[in-house]
Structure formats: C-alpha cells, structure tokens
Design a protein around this ligand. Structure first.
Ligand code: GN1
Ligand code: MG
Length: 367
C-alpha cells in the first residue's frame, strides 16, 4: 500500500505498525500512522496532498512552516501563564530534510504531528462546544495577528473571492456536462437562488478595493471538523488543517467558522428542512472568540461580519454547485449527486441566515 510505503519516508523513530485512513477531508487523503520502538509508540498524521487543488505543494508547506514557527514561538513564551496547553501540529520532516516526500507517481505526501487525547467533530455538539470553537479561532487569530501576511504565498488564487466562483459556475454552465446536470428541479432551484444574489456577492471584495478591509494572515478553513477538543477537559486545544493559511480577510474565517458551527445538521445532511442557523450557537461561539481575540477588529471589520457569514455559506453552496455541474472535479464525492446535495444544504443555510439577519447583526455588536 502506497501510504504505508510513504509513511516510512519521514523522520520518525521505530517501526511502522499500522496505517489507517482517517478524517473527512473533501480535498486531501489523510491517514493515522503508528510507529513503535522497543519502549514506546509514536502516532502521526500522514497526508497525500491533492495537487489538482494545491498545484504548488512546496508553497503550501512553506506557509505552514512559517505560521507554525510563529505560533509555536508565541505559545512557548506564554505557556506559564496560559489557561491550558494550547497546541498546534508541527511539520515532521522527510528523511531527506524536506517538508514533503514525492512518490513514484509524482504525488506529494507530508507528515504532521498528532494532537493526541483530543478529537474533532463533524457537527457541533452543544453551546459549550461552539464556545470552544470560537475560543480556538480567536486564540489562533490573536497569535497570528502580528504576522505580516505578505511573507506568505497565495497558494490558492481566488480562494474565498466569491466572484471567481461565479466565473467557474458560468464556465461549467457552458459545458455539455453542465447543461446535462442542470436538468433537474433541484439544480434549477439552486441556480435561481444563486442568480438572485449575483450582484451582492462582491460585497467583501468591493469593501477591500475601497480600502475599508485589509488583508491579513488567515486560516482559511476553520470549520467545526478542524477544531480539536481535549478529550479530558472538553476545552479547545488546537486548530488543524493549515493548508489554506495565506493572506485573506478575517471575514472569510469568521464567516466560515459560523456557517459550519451554527448548523447542527452538518454539511452532509439530506434532511434539508432540518438545516437552520442556530443563533444561540452563534452567540456562544462569539463569546468564546471574544475571550481571546480583542483589539484587532476595526469598526469596518465588524460592519461586514453579517455579510461575511451570509456570504461564506452562500459561497460554499456556489462552489459545491459549480463543481457538481463541472462533473465533480474538485471536491471528492462518495456517491452520485453528493455535491448537489451539499450545495442545496449550504444554500438552505444561507436562507436561514438571511431570515435571522437582525439577530445576527445584534450579536456582532458584542465583538
Ligand atoms: C474543503 O478539504 P477540507 O475538507 O479541509 C475546502 C474548504 C471547504 C470545506 C467544506 C482547499 O476543506 O474550503 O470549506 O471543504 N478546502 C479547499 O467542508 O477547498
Ligand atoms: Mg481544509
């Protein structure tokens, strides 16, 4: 098995015992690897980077190294006074000292340390869980708030720039596959919902162009499943999946975290009527965020947070839908029509956010 072979290319002591597929990523393939020595055991995460999405894996790894070094330095300096041991995975070098290893098919693999005795969850479990998700994101934002984003590569041009996904939709609609796949009531409804919001979806990009919002270092993918919760205390301990750390708007992160965490039904449900944006979870998340992230959100930042929440849910719906029409070329699928179902779920969530606009706007006043 390729993963077992590649697991042995990294600087880990002992002998390989097991390699198990793990995680629920929509892009990369992830494995949990166990090595044993005569007196101990080490487990770590092995990932095959999807180079159709991340076409420059060296730059992804470079960003990851810079951000983890920056955060680890802060965490070490602060650890005596911290309320818990905050963690962040580190990159485990390959035996040749590089950040990743290439297999005989040209595929890229990397190894990352495991956040042990902790788990992440596909769906939010409780308001306390939402609070911890907010706390972990706030802590991460605080820790990277003094890291200039221009040292990072733009590893995914267009990522979270919503109008670029409309261009992808238009391109997919012009193909034979797109035309054929549009041929259902559900697909037609998705398209109608998106078209009605076409003008609005440049809202953050326009604010950026006007100089109201500024680029900074962001995580890029702070969804529920990327926040590790300590098994012993129930407290957040780490954010994981640093593939998308790069320059961006803090709004992409806050919007993404909220759209993921405040939808208890999760991203994969087909019970579309059960999808709501839960404002109690939103309140809990923002309270957790605020305990760590203070002083770096401006009035202009706060002003656009409602739009960001609505937009990132909408954008993910648009991304899933465009990918469905394009023939499922970006997000991995396990069954037919999965990207259409995922799109429908996010668009339903967008609608629920729109219905709760007033309450959500009020909640942002607390930040
Ligand atoms: C993808 O691969 P994964 O599951 O970490 C996607 C995110 C989406 C997410 C939705 C690079 O993340 O942007 O929000 O799916 N990552 C990329 O689950 O496109
Ligand atoms: Mg990710």
């Amino acid at each position: 098995m390729k993963a077992a072979f590649m697991a042995q290319r990294f600087q880990v002591d002992g002998r390989l015992v097991t390699v198990e597929a793990t995680g629920s990523g929509n892009v990369n393939d992830t494995y949990l690897v166990t090595f044993r020595t005569i007196f101990s055991e080490e487990r770590f995460i092995l990932q095959r980077i999807n180079t159709r999405v991340f076409t420059q894996p060296d730059k992804v790894m470079n960003n990851m190294r810079l951000v983890t070094a920056h955060v680890h330095a802060h965490l070490e300096a602060e650890q005596d006074d911290a309320d818990r041991i905050w963690q962040l995975p580190r990159v485990i070098p390959a035996k040749d000292g590089k950040d990743y290893a290439v297999d005989s098919d040209g595929e890229c693999w990397r190894a990352i340390s495991l956040i042990a005795s902790a788990h992440s969850y596909e769906q939010v479990q409780s308001p306390e869980h939402a609070h911890e998700i907010g706390a972990v994101l706030g802590q991460f934002h605080r820790l990277i708030s003094d890291m200039p984003c221009d040292v990072l590569h733009d590893t995914l041009p267009g990522f979270h720039i919503t109008p670029t996904y409309l261009e992808k939709l238009d391109a997919a609609l012009a193909t034979a596959c797109g035309k054929a796949r549009l041929n259902s009531g559900v697909a037609q409804n998705c398209l109608k919902f998106i078209e009605e919001r076409r003008e609005w979806c440049s809202v953050l990009e326009k604010a950026k162009e006007r100089g109201e919002l500024h680029l900074r270092t962001i995580h890029g993918d702070p969804k529920t499943a990327n926040v590790m919760i300590d098994d012993m205390t129930g407290k957040g301990t780490s954010i994981i999946d640093l593939d998308t750390v790069k320059p961006g708007l803090v709004h992409y992160d806050i919007g993404d975290c909220l759209r993921s965490c405040c939808n208890p039904a999760g991203e994969e449900t087909k019970d579309f009527a059960s999808i709501i944006f839960d404002t109690d979870l939103c309140e809990a998340l923002l309270k957790g965020y605020k305990t760590h992230a203070r002083n770096f959100l401006t009035d202009a930042d706060r002003h656009y947070l409602y739009d960001a929440t609505r937009l990132i849910a909408f954008e993910l719906g648009l991304r899933f839908f465009a990918d469905y029409l394009a023939g499922d070329v970006y997000f991995k699928t396990r069954h037919e029509g999965q990207n259409l179902h995922r799109a429908r779920a996010q668009l339903q969530l967008t609608k629920s956010i729109e219905m709760r606009e007033k309450t959500i706007r009020e909640l942002f006043n607390m930040l």
